[in-house]
Design a protein. Sequence first.
Length: 254
Amino acid sequence: MKKLEGKTAVITGGNSGIGLATAQEFIAQGAKVIITGRNEKSINEALTLLGENAKGVIADSADMKQVKELGEKVKAITPNIDIIFVNAGIGQFNSADQMTEEMFDDIMNINFKGAYFSLQQLLPLVNDGGSVILNTSINAHIGMAGASVYAASKAALLSLAKNISAELLPRRIRINSVSPGPVVTPLHTADKLGLTDEQLEGMGSELVKQIPMGRFGQASEIAKTVAFFASDDSTFIVGAELFADGGMATLKGA
Ligand SMILES: NC(=O)c1ccc[n+]([C@@H]2O[C@H](COP(=O)([O-])OP(=O)(O)OC[C@H]3O[C@@H](n4cnc5c(N)ncnc54)[C@H](OP(=O)(O)O)[C@@H]3O)[C@@H](O)[C@H]2O)c1
């Protein structure tokens, strides 16, 4: 039997990168998935790729009105879910002396506030014994120039996983976190990172030097780590974090 047979999962930001790879992995493991995203065109493209076991919901994590409608929109597709992968997020980087209030708010509103209230909307639909996985980052553990606000948004998620897990014990719902190191996804484009092509290339080659395994991760490798927490292979693990980082944080650049 496949590990997620009979399960239904919601994946925020499921139209691209790690979210899309996780949707593919979950479906391969027997689940049905509902992906959310802010862009109808890219959601529809992802649904075409994913096939009949996937449905889509438009929800911009930066727009509280849309976030507050998320529960009802998912409920219109199915009244019960088993798994939530809180994944939607942006990577924006600037030094503290150059940080603007606008960039600060964009990062926090999408990566933390949007994640928090998406979770609040979706948790009432989760069956007892369900699993929630948060996509955090090794940036929550290391010091990297330009990453202060992004890192703080991800550190906030790690804290949230432990504290809300404590509230969910009576329902046996576990929240765990996956913290990726650098992964090849559309996030690493000049446009999404707000960098020039030259800056992007410089950042990429600097990052690779700091990864003991000497390469970026693949989205499919993160997806399999998420699937571990989603499945019954991890039923005694709660409030925990798994690094999937080629040793970048764990070996401290050895
Ligand atoms: N790639 C890495 O190196 C890396 C490392 C550590 C952690 N992460 C985390 O992994 C998660 C996924 O990133 P990725 O690398 O897979 O990048 P990605 O391909 O850009 O995926 C990000 C997803 O989040 C969605 N999203 C962004 N802002 C949103 C909003 N306001 N409302 C709804 N959806 C929104 C994106 O939608 P659009 O397509 O519309 O932008 C996309 O589906 C992020 O939380 C990121 O912080 C990534």
